[in-house]
Design a protein around this ligand. Structure first.
Ligand SMILES: Cc1cc2nc3c(=O)[nH]c(=O)nc-3n(C[C@H](O)[C@H](O)[C@H](O)COP(=O)(O)OP(=O)(O)OC[C@H]3O[C@@H](n4cnc5c(N)ncnc54)[C@H](O)[C@@H]3O)c2cc1C
Ligand code: FES
Length: 270
């Protein structure tokens, strides 16, 4: 159940270019959060910015975790894109972090019995797929990681440690395949084209997910996507984050409440 609570910042650092890591000690959230769920963080005590900002949890360590020093903590990785994330870069160790979480419905666990697990992450979207990969614990998963340049490629070593095979795409060709991560995925389709039992999990910009729809439609893959939307409340009250779905009983669903994870086939992409 989501709660509003205070955590303490225990690490705040840049990892590369515009990407930063924030580690927060907050046992109530670290104990509960599931892969694909998110938190809403209050960034400042004044009204700038007024609204909390949503972030996926990248790693979490419940209080029962074997690594004693990390117990009760969780980590987010964020990209500095605007006023709120700029302010977050100034967070200091020891400062209070006002949080609401865990929020939303995460990925469906366990995964359907599947011969192949495929992760596709665009930019910072890959962050929300990492805890899922950890929870599924499936070796030899394929992970497609894309970004505009090599500076946007995250989490490669983490996925390697889970024995997944990374495939990297950059739009400028500065690392790996030159093109989008969806082009790269298509180029590798020969490896699983006769395989109906693939489960695909994806998170990234809307344009990327729209590209994925076409591939999923022409195959019989199971596919869950985590959507990003501008959020005001984060817990279902304002209806500011709706997406159109093909569910006749609930044609508009809230990304923060019914999502952020949806079956790709249920979304009407506009
Ligand atoms: C469920 C969820 C999980 C998220 N997880 C992460 C994460 O793990 N790491 C991370 O870096 N970001 C994540 N985001 C996006 C993050 O919330 C936004 O980047 C952040 O709110 C921007 O705040 P800002 O004040 O810096 O930017 P603003 O000044 O509000 O906006 C700056 C620019 O970013 C765009 N933008 C802002 N918010 C969003 C959004 N939600 N979706 C698409 N574009 C947006 C704006 O259109 C604008 O162009 C997540 C969003 C959602 C909904
Ligand atoms: S952000 Fe308010 S309902 Fe989703």
């Amino acid at each position: 159940m989501a709660i509003q609570t205070n955590g303490i910042v225990v690490k705040s650092e840049r990892i590369k270019s515009l990407y930063f890591l924030l580690e927060i000690s907050c046992p109530p959230i670290a104990n509960q959060i599931k892969p694909g769920q998110f938190i809403m963080l209050k960034i400042s005590d004044d009204s700038s910015p007024l609204l909390r900002r949503p972030f996926s949890v990248y790693k979490s360590y419940p209080t029962s975790h074997p690594e004693k020093k990390n117990r009760g903590r969780f980590i987010i990785i964020y990209k500095k894109v605007g006023k709120g994330t700029q302010k977050m870069t100034e967070f200091k160790i020891g400062q209070k972090a006002d949080l609401i979480g865990p929020l939303g419905n995460g990925f469906t666990l366990p995964a359907p019995p599947s011969s192949k697990i495929i992760f596709i992450g665009g930019g910072v979207g890959i962050v929300s797929l990492y805890p899922l990969a950890e929870a599924l614990g499936r070796k030899n998963a394929m992970v497609f990681i894309g970004g505009k340049t090599k500076n946007d490629i995250l989490c490669v070593e983490d996925f390697k440690r889970l024995k997944s095979k990374p495939y990297i795409a950059t739009e400028d060709g500065s690392l790996g395949y030159k093109g989008t991560v969806i082009d790269l995925f298509l180029s590798q389709k020969g490896k699983f084209k006769n395989d109906d039992s693939c489960s695909v999990y994806s998170c990234g910009p809307a344009e990327m997910l729209k590209g994925l729809v076409r591939i999923i439609e022409s195959n019989r893959f199971y596919c869950e996507v985590s959507l990003e939307a501008r959020m005001a409340c984060g817990f279902g009250a304002c209806w500011g984050c709706v997406v159109k779905t093909n569910d006749s009983e609930a044609p508009y669903q809230r990304v923060c409440k019914e999502g952020p994870v949806f079956n790709i086939k249920n979304i009407i992409w506009e």
